[in-house]
Design a protein around this ligand. Sequence first.
Ligand SMILES: [Ca+2]
Length: 267
Amino acid sequence: MKNKILSLIAFLALFSNLAFCEVISGKIHHDDINYQNKVVDSRTQQGLEGAKVSIPDINFTTYCDENGYFQLNADVNKKTVLFVEKDGYKVFSLTIDNNVISSPLKIGIEKMNPFDLQISDGLIHLGDNMFSQNSANSSQFRLSASGSYFVKEFKKPKCSSKQDVVLKIGSLIGLDTKKAKLIGQNRIAKVYSAPSEVLVNGHKIAKLELNGDNIEITIPKSVLKENNELLIQSGRNLFQTSYVDYDDIELANISVEIKDKTRYAKY
Ligand SMILES: [Ca+2]
């Protein structure tokens, strides 16, 4: 009898565990192949509880568990942008597709610096919504184009002579330039677009020719004033002469940051 009671208790304990698992659906199960996706503090490598992971293009949002783990049960058959957000940290973005997310992701995010200026945190679509299915993005852009250019004002940040003012573009997708075509970022047979251009106070500071993440562009101090205007202009399709066809691109997570001169990768 005692044995029977014990096994009944064991059975009930097992059953209540199962029932508990049902209730907390969405929590990470250790046998899940996605179990190892993790968001950590880039300096301490500690998992970050509650960090938000989202893929706006497919309306996917999830949050990290108490150890920083998250599940990514999403189908991303075309390149798009994944965002990670957490209070007190810089917004992080990463270009992904099913190939990228087929292996576990470990994402380190950085604490915000008080002098960093977030210029935009979501996705910005520039162009005219006319694009080839084979373009470097090739997905149906979920956002409609807000025009062929993006403009934003920003105050001059404080920085020492050992530091640079850097414009950072978290992610850039959809560029159909000659260079992007040469390295296989799109499958368009013949045509290509002029590079997109980045201007500060009317001075051209960079040409954007390749898609990618963490594009860092030095803003020459000589062009900076107290109040500044950033302009990003999408390039024209160089093979379309009967009308103007702007390259349809998406930019994510633009910021102006202060960096030690030796400690960042210039674009
Ligand atoms: Ca276009």
